[in-house]
Design a protein. Sequence first.
Length: 256
Amino acid sequence: MTGKFRIATIALASSVAIASAAFAQDTKGTVYYLVPTLLDEFQTGSISALEMFLGQVGYDMETLNADNKADLQQTQMNDVIALSPDAIILAAVDFNALAPSVDAARAAGIPVIEFDRQISSTMSDFTSVAGTIEIGYVAAAEVERLLTERNGAVEGTVLQILGDPGDPYTLDIQQGFEEVMAAYPDVEIITHPAMLWEASNAGTIVSNELLVNPDIDITYSHAAHLSVEVVAALESAGKAPGDIYVMSSNGAPVGL
């Protein structure tokens, strides 16, 4: 290595070290995001969006995935509270199970932001959720249209596939959907939960229901990733496109 090259290399390394130190000093702190699962594109997309926003305002973000396990997320909350971060963003696996953890974090002086999944049984510092009841209204309007197109009237059978019943997101969608559909007594709504939001559970629900209810008009899943297995189950049962309409509550690319 020549003398000039060695000097230039040392200077570059020093510049990088100085820049890194300056960057570290500019960081305001750390926010932890406790995500329930990485099974669907909304959750993975939310990580990117939150990292971008928090980075723009000067915070680092650490993400912990609970793999749809409430007990694991409770442990993660306890561990994060011990680290005293600047804030916790929580998308709860189970809104009942995580309420005490929210209380513990706030008692320790850590702000808690409920994201996507609201915990109504306790207080938080901020809540950001979708209009889930309104999503149910929109879905009901589409079911009305499709049944009229298919049967000449708002009548028929709808298989509604929820997500995990520990998640208020799916319960609110169900509330809005069934509130509107109550006006149509000639529509039978069969409802089952896909536990843990697991897509394979949605496929099993469809397969089982087709054995006893072969004349289902519409399957309505509360997330697009569930519809992937719904379609697979319909194909396995010998159903052709259009035999049974398939709906879901979001437009995630995986379901399109």
